[in-house]
Ligand binder design. Structure first.
Ligand code: AP5
Ligand code: ZN
Length: 215
């Protein structure tokens, strides 16, 4: 399957993507994770992306689209993928459509995670991520690690993302409303949109997502 995951920052896209990708045996492709890996390896792409991410703005399309395309062309993505954080504006959605059409492929579904703003702010404020693996995500109250600051899965150090500060989160939400939300109508018009509530237990949300994808 070829799936796009959309939803505001902190909706739980990364959390759900980890389970869905495993259940569906497809790779989880997160443009945010790809940018963060480039930044930590100090690549040229990372250096170009960093200031935009620190400010909570979108990284320009000419950097993002090429990076996403390179990742989607890897052999493990030949039979499907779960995109998390891409596309993030209508021009990226159009570029994705063009890429897939050229390759004789199409999207199967766009899963939209709905959560109100107060809740995403709480989720982001308490989020802690493992330095060894960005798929190891915790929350100080909703999903606390057994030992403070230590990853349950691998023992790695947990940290708070630089763009999770209050001021940056406000801008990320604004950017989501103005630039990313329009892709919801874009995909609705294509008959691909499946909207689910992302409130409640992580496992319940995964079940809702799996049910929505079967429709
Ligand atoms: P990105 O990394 O994509 O960040 P985001 O979209 O802001 O999303 P988050 O990672 O903040 O949240 P999430 O929905 O994955 O939530 P999570 O599962 O962690 O992008 C970062 C930046 O990169 C952008 O600002 C931009 O600069 C750049 N970028 C990336 N893609 C780009 C693109 N295509 N174009 C241009 N620029 C791009 O969950 C959050 C917390 O909630 C966790 O602590 C988790 O434990 C907890 N939680 C999850 N589910 C539940 C639940 N059901 N109940 C209670 N707690 C929960
Ligand atoms: Zn870990």
């Amino acid at each position: 399957m070829r799936i796009v995951l959309v939803g505001p920052p902190g909706a739980g896209k990364g959390t759900q993507a980890a389970f869905l990708a495993k259940n569906l045996s497809i790779p989880h492709i997160s443009t945010g994770d790809l940018f963060r890996a480039n930044i930590s390896q100090n690549t040229e792409l990372g250096q170009r992306a960093k200031a935009f991410m620190d400010a909570g703005d979108l990284v320009p399309d000419e950097i993002t689209i090429g990076m996403a395309k390179d990742r989607m062309e890897q052999p493990d993505a030949a039979n499907g993928f779960l995109l998390d954080g891409f596309p993030r504006n209508v021009s990226q959605a159009e570029a994705l459509d063009a890429m897939l059409t050229d390759a004789g492929m199409k999207l199967d579904a766009v899963l939209d995670l709905e959560v109100e703003e107060d809740e995403v702010v709480k989720r982001i404020a308490g989020r802690r991520i493992c330095r060894n693996d960005s798929a190891h995500v915790f929350h100080v109250s909703y999903a606390p690690p057994k030992t403070d600051g230590v990853c349950d899965t691998c023992g790695g150090e947990l940290y708070q993302r630089g763009d999770d500060s209050e001021g940056t989160v406000r801008n990320r939400l604004e950017v989501y409303h103005t630039q990313t939300e329009p892709i919801i109508d874009y995909y609705k018009a294509q008959g691909l949109l499946r909207t689910i509530s992302a409130l409640g237990d992580v496992q319940d949300v995964t079940q809702r997502a799996m049910d929505a994808l079967k429709k």
